[in-house]
Design a protein around this ligand. Structure first.
Ligand code: NI
Length: 227
């Protein structure tokens, strides 16, 4: 499923990240982390992995997401890859590709299976033209260009691209998540069930049925989750 979490980062955190990235001197050619398929179509810049800028900014993003209920419900995160940061100036693009299935965490050396791809928008959409994240699934191609602070999650199995920027600059953070539930269909069912339970709680429709439904949610999560 494709989920947009609006306001995943508050405006103050977005501003702090933008200031830190603007001052950062660690911008490198984005192809340093691309695989063979990606390198041929990738033309952007990113903050060097392991740099002080990457560590400080990544920690800000992770701190915000760790306590974000909507993110946790949608992603059911097990391991989150240290967030990276990219920049597309005029003429920059990242053509159609599928993200690699396994990444090695640069800090711990541990392998992470990429179940979910994440893009966190850091530029206002009216600050640039082009730069649309286009994600293909069985229902067609979806163009995403969301507000600063919004987070987009989509299955890492998806073919996707970032169209060329024709004006301005597009800043974003991107990373991957190994989910407790690797199957996108199962994760979608749990996400929808959790949303329904939250709605019942909000509207005060409590009682045995709601408790039973909550129990089913946790028992399905227990059944489907894996380390
Ligand atoms: Ni990608």
């Amino acid at each position: 499923m494709l989920v947009t979490i609006e306001g995943a980062l508050d405006p103050e955190t977005v501003a702090a990240l933008r200031a830190e990235l603007a001052a950062g001197e660690a911008w490198v050619d984005g192809r340093v982390t691309a695989g063979h398929q990606g390198a041929a179509v990738k033309r952007n810049q990113q903050i060097e992995e392991g740099s002080q800028t990457a560590r400080r900014c990544g920690a800000l993003v992770l701190a915000a997401l760790e306590r974000h209920a909507h993110f946790i419900s949608a992603a059911l995160p097990n391991v989150v890859y240290p967030p990276m940061f990219n920049r597309y100036g005029v003429g920059m693009t990242f053509g159609e590709h599928v993200d690699g299935a396994v990444r090695i965490d640069p800090h711990t050396g541990r392998k992470l299976r990429t179940d979910i791809s994440a893009t966190l928008f850091l530029s206002d959409p009216d600050a640039y033209d082009g730069g649309v994240l286009e994600i293909a699934d069985t229902y067609g191609v979806h163009g995403v260009k969301s507000g600063a602070g919004d987070l987009v999650l989509y299955p890492a199995t998806s073919l996707h691209q970032v169209t060329p920027v024709t004006r301005g600059e597009r800043l974003a953070s991107f990373f991957w998540i190994q989910s407790l539930v690797r199957d996108d269909g199962r994760r979608t069912l749990l996400y929808e069930m959790d949303a329904a339970i939250q709605e019942l709680n909000r509207t005060g429709t409590e009682g045995g049925a709601c408790r039973s439904l909550t129990g089913v949610y946790h028992n399905l999560l227990r059944l489907w989750s894996e380390p």
